[in-house]
Design a protein around this ligand. Structure first.
Ligand SMILES: [Zn+2]
Length: 503
């Protein structure tokens, strides 16, 4: 089985062959940490998480995934100045929010997440090489800027298929010092109004990195002069990726062998932007949507297709997740579900995934298997049902949407279900003892029991039909908070008895 990926550099599907057998080096452009991430910002991480999982599970590759953090740039400095806070406080806070969002959505952590500010020496080395080879120059105006000389590199434009004459000017620095207005900044000399903490010494003068240079330097440091896959959002193709490739190749490095780009999340056909407010920030969406549902939503579209977000967008994903969960729950009552090995994944699923990560086809196989499994359950064919469940677990795990994955902590795994039953029995025994104490008018004892339960985060509500208990909100995990709050409300046996008596 051969994995084929759409290489945006050659604009065609190519058989994927890693440069070193069994290993894949992958660099993904991460976020500029200027704000809290919304779902449009983090789609790339989910898209490339599916690729990473498929490379590992479907093909057995040992993947080194490097995803950078652009923790300094013009916008970061401007926003920090507006907010009156240190730029590094702002950027680190947003980096943490991004990590939390990706973790909540079950994105497997990168092998390494380098920050631009930690790699200035690597950038200086690359700039010196480019200057020596005649592909870069320090601005003659003494500004401390260093530019890439686009006309010195005939291959410039090849990644995006553009000729130099058709390109827009690089508006990243004052063009006065540039030989050509399309020359882009490798390094930006320090300006008088910029904080001293945002400047590093170099042979060209103090300053800070240009965005493009960061990625070339960090990819080289952690993946070597040449690596397999470079990924990022489609909007990064030009100028960012064109410039990354030009400066790395001009410096004599092989750089990326395959380029993959994911599409956007759009609202009314437009790329999701900050102007939409904070409602679509991942942390706010997760207050009302289960993380697994949001993950499914972002995973279900092909990575090169736009996802058009609208109110009610997540309902369809929620329905699909519930169908998978409902089947696995039914099946788990008939026996243990052991996920199948990669070699035993359904052939149609494998074929879809190998065809440029065809998740739509792969999910169709998942849902067909769920339907077949439900029919088997209806016919009491436990063996067929459990074998379908095993395949569903393995397939959804590849896509990062396995409801039984410990990550979701959804209460749907067998261990969680057992723990819930044990807790129910223990609390019920305490509530029965409290009821006896009250009947004996030993109110001190009754209050003591109540206080003990309250102290460990169990809230008791006395109702006409008996005492009910629930886990206090602050004692519950984030994942539980996203679920229906009535899930953890339990009626005591005494109350159930009362209901029965009434019925
Ligand atoms: Zn980049």
């Amino acid at each position: 089985m051969t994995l084929r990926l759409f290489d945006t550099a050659t604009r065609e599907l190519r058989d994927f062959t890693p440069r070193e057998a069994g290993k894949v080096g992958m660099y993904i452009c991460g976020l500029t940490t200027q704000g809290a991430p919304h779902i449009g910002h983090i789609r790339f991480a989910v898209a490339f998480d599916v690729l990473r999982r498929w490379l590992e599970t479907g093909h057995g590759y040992d993947v080194t995934l490097v995803r950078n953090v652009t923790d300094i740039d013009d916008k970061v400095l401007r926003k920090a100045a507006e907010a009156g806070e240190p730029w590094f406080a702002l950027t680190y806070r947003n980096e943490r929010l991004t990590s939390q969002a990706l973790d909540a959505l079950g994105v497997v952590p990168a092998t390494y997440e380098p920050r631009a500010t930690g790699h200035v020496p690597d950038m200086v080395t690359l700039m010196e090489t480019l200057v020596e080879k005649g592909h870069a120059y320090a601005a003659p105006d003494g500004s401390g800027d260093v530019y890439f000389d686009v006309r010195s590199w005939p291959d410039y434009g090849s990644l995006t298929g553009q000729s130099l004459d058709d390109m827009a000017n690089a508006d990243d620095a004052d063009p006065r010092g540039k030989r050509d207005p399309r020359d882009f900044a490798l390094w930006k000399g320090r300006k008088a109004d910029e904080p001293e903490s945002a400047s590093w010494p170099t042979p060209f003068g103090p300053g800070r990195p240009g965005w493009h240079l960061e990625c070339s330097a960090m990819a080289r440091r952690w993946l070597g002069d040449e690596f397999d896959i470079h990924g990022g959002g489609i909007d990064l193709r030009f100028p960012h990726h064109e410039n990354e490739q030009a400066q790395s190749r001009a410096a004599g490095l092989g750089f990326a062998r395959y380029w993959l780009h994911n599409a956007w999340v759009t609202v009314k056909g437009q790329k999701m932007g900050k102007s939409l407010g904070n409602a679509l920030e991942v942390r706010h969406l997760l207050e009302e949507t289960r993380p697994l549902v949001l993950r499914y939503y972002l995973t279900a579209a092909h990575y090169r297709s736009m996802i058009e977000y609208h109110a009610g967008s997540l309902d369809e994903a929620a329905g699909a997740v519930e169908r998978i969960e409902g089947f696995l729950e039914r099946a788990s009552r008939r026996g243990a579900i052991e996920p199948v090995a990669a070699a035993d994944l359904p052939a149609a699923f494998v074929a879809s995934m190998d065809d440029d990560l065809g998740v739509s086809g792969a999910l169709a196989v998942v849902h067909d298997t769920v339907r077949a499994g439900n029919s088997a359950l209806d016919e009491d064919d436990d063996e067929a049902a459990l074998s379908a469940a095993a395949a569903v677990v393995a397939m959804t795990e590849v896509l990062g949407v396995n409801p039984l994955a410990a990550h979701w902590g959804s209460g749907s795994s067998r261990e969680d279900a057992a723990a819930e039953l044990a807790l129910e029995a223990l609390v019920r025994a305490q509530l029965d003892a409290r009821q006896v104490a009250r009947q004996e008018r030993d109110f001190e004892r009754a209050d003591e029991i109540r206080d003990t339960l309250t102290a460990v985060g169990i809230e008791i509500t006395d109702t006409p039909s008996g005492a009910q208990w629930s886990l206090a909100r602050q004692a519950r995990s984030d994942a539980d908070q996203a679920a229906d709050p009535t899930d953890t409300t339990h009626t005591t046996s005494a109350a159930r008895g009362a209901e029965k008596a009434q019925g």
